[in-house]
Design a protein around this ligand. Structure first.
Ligand code: ZN
Length: 232
């Protein structure tokens, strides 16, 4: 099994990555987590920089993966910096927490309304899950709401590296690892749930001795293996 960390753009100011993740299993399954950003998206995606060739399709192409090869797209959540490339994967199964999809479809969150043209497409097939769920052997979805209700993180168990926890936006940077003292960012919707999810993920990582990969941490990503390198 291999895990690729994909840099699909840059958050201006922070110089932080817009993350995506690619998992290739030993039995030939291809799982993509999030699809990056498109430039010019309003709201939470405003100002995000996507360089030439940095979009998800071009990035996967350099790894020898075509959109039709992707079996599953895991949606951490539907913010515009995580959904920019959804339209490219009409043949994939999109897996999302039920509470998040229902909230987004309800129209109750303005920034998810702003990104609706990216994710609410008639050709996309969504499968919902409720809470922590084994997606495939060695790949677990971990419910981690708070940033938005129904956000999910992903635990990947690699044979050599060991477990890697893709926290995504539940713990977007290492400065947010302390459940009680962590900052709450402008786009975090539920502070109490956010702190509970931070605690849950940190305790999970400690129990499993997992490497936590943060969603938008410029400094951490400089020290990580980013595609075309990979973890195995
Ligand atoms: Zn994000």
């Amino acid at each position: 099994m291999r895990l690729y960390l994909l840099r699909l753009g840059t958050v201006p100011g922070l110089q932080a990555p817009v993350p995506g993740y690619l998992i290739r299993t030993d039995d030939g399954r291809t799982v993509l987590v999030d699809t990056g950003a498109v430039p010019g998206t309003p709201g939470a995606g405003a100002g995000i920089q996507v360089d030439e060739g940095q979009d998800v399709v071009s990035t996967l192409d350099r790894l020898g993966v075509r959109p039709a090869d992707v079996d599953i797209v895991v949606c951490s959540h539907l913010d515009p910096d995580h959904t920019g490339g959804h339209a490219a994967f009409p043949e994939a199964e999109f897996v999302i927490q039920r509470s998040h999809l229902e909230l987004a479809r309800s129209g109750g969150v303005p920034r998810l309304e702003a990104s609706r043209p990216l994710w609410d497409l008639p050709g996309l097939k969504y499968t919902t899950v409720d809470g922590d769920t084994e997606l495939l052997p060695g790949v677990e979805l971990i419910a981690s709401g708070g940033h938005v209700p129904g956000h999910q993180s992903v635990l990947v168990r690699l044979p050599g590296t060991g477990p890697v926890l893709l926290a995504v936006d539940a713990i977007p940077m290492s400065a947010a690892l302390d459940p009680d003292a962590r900052p709450v960012f402008p786009f975090d919707l539920d502070e109490a749930e956010l702190r509970a999810s931070t605690r849950k993920l940190v305790e999970l990582a400690r129990r499993e001795n997992a490497l936590i990969v943060h969603g938008h941490d410029a400094e951490q990503w400089r020290s990580l293996r980013v595609a075309p390198e990979f973890y195995a």
